[in-house]
Structures are given as C-alpha cells and as structure tokens.
Design a protein around this ligand. Structure first.
Ligand SMILES: NC(=O)c1ccc[n+]([C@@H]2O[C@H](COP(=O)([O-])OP(=O)(O)OC[C@H]3O[C@@H](n4cnc5c(N)ncnc54)[C@H](OP(=O)(O)O)[C@@H]3O)[C@@H](O)[C@H]2O)c1
Length: 398
C-alpha cells in the first residue's frame, strides 16, 4: 500500500493517475500536483476509486518548492509526467527529500533542441550513494520498446544484430494540425536531424530524409520516417551486440505539409525574438495556439501500432521476431477519456511504478528500463490494457 506523488496533469498525467487509481491495491494514496491546480482538480473529479486522491499546485522548476511538497506528503515514489525540462529539478528534489523517481522522457534543455541521457546518467553516483532508484523513460517509446527488446534478447535470441523500432499512429483526430503529445516537445523532436546507429557510430541524416513504407499489422502500409529517438542511445549501450539500430515513425502528408510551412515561416524557432517590445519564443507561442494533447481524445478514431523488430541468431540459425501492441483511440477514450498516444505512455508508467513499489524492480542508482527483468512487465501489459503480440520469421522492415 504505497503513497505516490504524480507531477504533471496533462494528457499523459491523466492516464497515469487513472490507471494508478484502478490499481488501488498498490497505489493507496495518490497526490496529483501540477503547475495549475485546476488541471489536477479536473482529473481528480473524474476518478472513482478506493485510492485516496488529493491535489496540489507545484512549480517543478523550483527545487525548494518541490522538496517542500515531497516532505509534506512523504511519497514512496515520485512519477514525473510534466515536461522533459523538469527532469533534473525533480531528480534534485527527490535526492534532497530521499525518495525514488520515475519519468517517461529524457531531459532536454529549453534553449537547445537536443535530447540525450548524459545529463540524467550523470546522477548515477548520487542516487546509488543515497540508496535510491531513478527509472528513466518508462512510457511506450521509450519504455515498452526497451522492455520488448530486453524480453526478445532474453527469450528469443543468442545474439541480436539489428533493431528497428516502428511507431505508427493511424488515427484521425479531425483537426487540421495537432500533436499527440506536448506540441513543443513533439515539434523539437521531429524537426531535428535524424540519427541511427551503425557499426559502433552514429550516422546523421537530414530531418525526415530517409523514409519507406512499412506494412503495420492491423493497420496496413504507412510511410515511415527515420528519426533519432532516445531509447536508441540506451539500447545500444546496454546491448552492445546490436550492430544497427533505427527508429521509424509515421506521419501523414497533411501533418508534414503544415510542419514544413510552420518551419519555413519561422514558427518552430526556439530562440527569443522581439515582438512589440517583448521577447517571445515562436515555438512557445505556437504551442499556445495548438490543441492540448489531452483535448484530442473525444472524437479520435483509428489505431496505433508500435513494436520492435529484432534480427539475429538463435541456436546458430538466423531469426527475426517482431513484438508489438495495437491500441485503439476510441477504446482509450471510453476507458479513461484519453487518446491512444497518451494512453500507451501512461499505462507503462503505472506498471513501472507498481513494479518498483512492490519491490519486483529494485536497485540503487539510475536505470533504463531494459536493465530490469522484462518478464513481470510483459505480464502486466496484458493485464492493464496494452496486450502484446508476436510475429516470428516475418520481416516488416528490410
Ligand atoms: N515515452 C513515451 O512514450 C512518451 C510519449 C508521449 C509523451 N511523453 C512525455 O510525457 C510527458 C507529458 O506529456 P503530455 O503529452 O502529457 O504533455 P502535456 O499534455 O503538455 O502535459 C504536460 C503537463 O506538465 C505540466 N507542467 C509543465 N510545466 C510544469 C512545471 N514547471 N511544474 C509542474 N507541472 C508542469 C503542465 O501543467 P499544467 O497543465 O498544470 O499547466 C501539463 O499538465 C512529456 O515529458 C512527454 O515528452 C513520453
């Protein structure tokens, strides 16, 4: 029976909170805290659960404020589903107040569109010495994709040679242009150069330069674009046998056309410009105009399909396996008033938290998800709303 502080009451926060509340045997006492109290209250009002739910306002950029909240509530774990900008301040607060930590996206500085684990891996010694655990990237991708890789590595392969993570959203929200998770973070991710791992080095590409059609189970063929994604960095570190690691994501033509225009006119810039005597950052202004991810769910139709293909060897034979989940937007709305992108992120965060709180995943230091036993996580995915399937001997990505 644990106490958990969940910071961030946006699209993903809504799902994590509701899934923790469904699992009241583990999450008995939940404090929801966010920059605006109203975001927390709206979610809390929709929950009927045996768990005790309370709300608080916090600015998680402010370490002393966050420490004070942790000391007052005394949680066993802090789940960070605010923005990547808050990762380090929340980790600092957890160290100071002596509590375990979990997030779903790695730290990014506000002024450089660059995401890598170096900043958070640098906390390894401090968490280890404090006897605390920090679990990084426990959403879907990163998160479940790391678990799928670790599970196949453990049960299906003696040696892995290539890794392809494929992420398809074949849903429709009916808006001209919207992003499925925080618009600022999403646009920063997609407009930067692509990158993939080949024979011990990173190969850089132009944004969205490499693409091909991939035939997704239950969804069909969709044009998929090579991007850099953060789990590639930790997976090639923890599975050094992998010679090639790539990440592919689908985008519709309408999305790409809008994004190209916004880029061409300067609306995706992250440096401050002067506007009527005031400094504004165009991308922050654009975010204020776009729909919030949490508001997209009501009329969303279609499915997501996200999975991992590994190629390698088992018992001296070449083999290929693909493990994946298909998630339906409308079913997510029915269950927790969310679209599938927030849902597929929030459920794994709850599962990772439950495994930490029940001692099935434990350790002192900073961990990526693939460093822990994938088996209990795979079992819980089936139980908590993200059932997975497997294809053997079929090559989806050449
Ligand atoms: N691993 C994955 O598969 C995956 C997939 C999608 C998203 N993500 C990550 O999930 C996180 C949440 O994404 P989202 O789509 O839920 O975004 P979102 O809807 O924009 O929600 C972000 C929330 O963070 C809160 N927040 C922002 N700054 C804060 C601060 N200084 N202090 C306290 N709260 C603050 C906001 O608060 P208010 O509403 O109170 O203003 C908002 O509710 C992001 O880090 C994103 O990168 C991971």
């Amino acid at each position: 029976m644990a106490r958990v502080l969940i910071i961030g009451a946006g699209g993903v926060g809504n799902v994590v909170i509701k899934k923790c509340a469904q699992n009241a045997e583990v999450f008995a006492d939940i404090l929801i805290a966010s920059r605006r109290l109203i975001s927390c209250e709206k979610i809390a009002a929709e929950i009927k659960s045996a768990a005790r739910i309370t709300t608080a306002q916090v600015d998680a950029d402010d370490v002393p404020q966050t420490v004070a909240l942790i000391r007052e509530f005394k949680p066993d774990l802090v789940i960070n589903v605010a923005l990547p900008y808050q990762d380090l301040t929340i980790m600092d607060a957890c160290l100071e107040a002596g509590v375990n930590y979990l997030d779903t996206a790695n730290y990014e500085p506000r002024d450089v569109a660059k995401f890598e684990y170096s900043w958070q891996w640098a906390y390894q010694e401090r968490f280890r010495k404090a006897g605390l655990m920090a679990l990084l990237g426990c959403g879907f991708d990163p998160g479940v994709t790391n678990v799928f890789t670790a599970w196949m590595h453990k049960h299906r392969f003696d040696k892995v040679e290539t890794l392809d993570i494929i992420d398809c959203n074949a849903g429709s929200h009916g808006k001209h242009f919207a992003t499925n998770f925080n618009p600022e973070i999403n646009i920063r991710e997609i407009t930067q150069n692509g990158r993939y791992w080949k024979n011990g080095a990173w190969i850089e590409t132009q944004p969205l330069e490499i693409h091909q059609a991939i035939d997704y189970p239950q969804v069909g063929p969709k044009e998929s674009y090579l991007l850099f994604h953060e789990e590639l960095e930790s997976l090639v570190k923890h599975f050094p046998d992998i010679k090639q690691a790539r990440f592919w994501m689908t985008f519709g033509q309408q999305y790409i056309t809008h994004l190209t225009v916004l880029q061409n006119v300067g609306m995706t810039r992250i440096d401050a410009i002067d506007f009527n005597g005031q400094k504004i950052i165009p991308l922050e202004f654009l975010k204020a105009l776009l729909p919030e991810p949490g508001s997209l769910g009501a009329n969303y139709t279609g499915k997501t399909c996200i999975g991992v293909q590994l190629k390698g060897e088992k018992d001296g034979e070449a083999t290929t396996h693909f493990v994946y989940n298909v998630c339906d937007h409308a079913a997510c709305w029915q269950e927790v008033q969310s679209q599938a992108v927030s849902y597929t992120t929030g459920v794994p965060a709850m599962i990772g938290a439950a495994l930490m709180l029940t001692g099935q995943w434990k350790g002192a230091g900073v961990f990526n998800v693939e460093q822990l036993d994938p088996d209990p996580f795979m079992t819980m995915l089936n139980r908590w709303g993200l059932p997975w399937q497997e294809l053997a001997g079929v090559e989806l990505v050449p």
